[in-house]
Write a protein that binds this ligand. Structure first.
Ligand SMILES: Cc1cc2nc3c(=O)[nH]c(=O)nc-3n(C[C@H](O)[C@H](O)[C@H](O)COP(=O)(O)OP(=O)(O)OC[C@H]3O[C@@H](n4cnc5c(N)ncnc54)[C@H](O)[C@@H]3O)c2cc1C
Length: 404
């Protein structure tokens, strides 16, 4: 078995294959110089300098060796030869497979603006990006973040906590608009503004012009101008699907896989950020960028390679840490018609309903609500808006088996 991509999903596939009984050769190929690591800390504690490199690694290397997972770092796959059933490495070496998993992740979308190739403009995806950004952040005083999504806002919070002057430029009229409802966006806008972040909505960066004294002049579409020693672009990610597409596998907004994480080649599965996938809970295919999806979908992909067809139906969940605020998201809630709020102004959960059914819960500083929401949504338990809003009502009781 060969796995392309040694990230969160690739590692999980490898370990599940072993645990699931694959006794043959198992090779995990990663183009980066490190063993599999967690990306979430890169915009949070790691960027702040509060976490050593070893702490972001998912496993000690010895643990991979113990499981007889042949992990190869600095190894880029450049082609999949489906006819010969082999992958081709950048070195020219070919590795034959009987089963192949693609877990190549995603990469930052490049800023489509003149001047964006300047060294003061950074992206954040990998450990190397985080190391570079960390070094630049220490020296910078004025930081401009382009994009008010999760990564941009986490970087903004880290930079602000390090005492930098921070502006966030967002094209939409609210923060994290692709993922949360307006109430959560305004809570975070208030939080960032209260910490001194300059938030600019409804405008784009139209030019980045080097300044003789150093740094960049950031020109905005509304006529505004900012100075930046450091620009961080967090304007979305693109799935790494080119290898699959070149091998003739179906691709859309990601590598197309069915509910068993299978591509249109029966010997090849895919999992994680790179997939356009089916989750039985939802009517339309999805692409998600989350640890939950990488890990849970990887388990399904490994089972498929082992000949066990188990449909993917796990509940999506996600989190984001900004300052001392923890946002936790359970379910996909954008298509909702009713919302109610449980809790007070600094710790609360928004419950989202569509046609009377609970579809998602966003919790701010209420981790117990989040854990409970995951259980309620996973089990498909009926919750009414009146129960959700009533702090005296014990939502846990709804988890008990109604048949006794
Ligand atoms: C800064 C940051 C913060 C985040 N914070 C959160 C968070 O708070 N909560 C959350 O749920 N999610 C968060 N995420 C998202 C989460 O980290 C990803 O969804 C997850 O890492 C996806 O795992 P993956 O295995 O699909 O992809 P990746 O982790 O990207 O792994 C893919 C690997 O494949 C390698 N690769 C690609 N092409 C090749 C090739 N041709 N040959 C060999 N190797 C290749 C890549 O180099 C990479 O190492 C964050 C992401 C980032 C970048």
């Amino acid at each position: 078995m060969v796995i392309i991509g040694a990230g969160q999903a690739g590692l999980q596939i490898a370990e599940c294959l072993r645990r699931g009984g694959h006794a043959g050769r198992l090779t995990l190929l990663g183009e980066e110089p490190w063993p599999p690591y967690q990306r979430p800390p890169l915009s949070k504690k790691y960027l702040a300098g509060d976490l050593a490199d070893e702490r972001v690694f998912c496993r000690p290397l010895a643990q991979l060796a113990k499981q007889e997972i042949e992990f190869r770092a600095n190894t880029r796959v450049v082609a999949i030869d489906r006819t010969a059933r082999a992958v081709v490495l950048a070195s020219g070496e070919r590795l034959a497979y009987t089963g192949l998993a693609i877990a190549t992740g995603a990469r930052p979308r490049a800023l489509p603006v003149a001047g964006a190739e300047h060294p003061a403009v950074c992206y954040l995806r990998g450990l190397q990006d985080a190391q570079g950004l960390q070094a630049k952040l220490v020296r910078a005083q004025q930081v401009v973040v382009i994009g008010g999504g999760f990564i941009g806002l986490e970087v903004a919070a880290t930079a602000r906590e390090a005492g930098k002057t921070v502006s966030v430029i967002e094209g939409a009229d609210r923060l994290m608009a692709r993922a949360v409802a307006p109430g959560i966006s305004s809570y975070f806008a208030q939080t960032h503004r209260a910490r001194g972040v300059d938030l600019r909505f409804g405008c784009q960066v139209s030019g980045l012009v080097p300044v003789a004294a150093g740094g960049l002049r950031v020109e905005l579409s509304d006529g505004g101008v900012l100075h930046a020693d450091l620009v961080v672009a967090g304007v979305g990610a693109l799935p790494n699907q080119e290898l699959a597409a070149q091998a003739g596998l179906a691709c859309a907004n990601g590598i197309v896989v069915d509910e068993y994480a299978r591509t249109n080649d029966p010997l090849i599965v895919a999992a994680g950020d790179c997939t356009w996938h089916v989750n039985r809970r939802y009517p339309a295919p999805l692409r998600l960028e989350s640890v939950q999806n990488a890990v849970d979908q990887a388990k399904i992909a490994a089972l498929s390679l082992l000949g066990v067809a188990q449909p993917y139906q796990d509940l999506p969940w996600f989190w984001s840490d900004q300052y001392d605020v923890k946002l936790q998201i359970a379910g996909l809630s954008l298509a909702h018609d009713t919302t109610v709020v449980r809790g007070g102004s600094e710790a609360f959960s928004v419950f989202y309903f569509a046609a009377g059914a609970l579809v998602g819960v966003d919790s701010i500083n209420r981790p117990a609500d989040h854990m409970l929401a995951r259980k309620l949504l996973s089990a498909g338990r009926a919750v009414t808006p009146a129960q959700a809003v009533d702090l005296a009502f014990d939502l846990k009781a709804l988890l008990q088996d109604p048949t006794g």
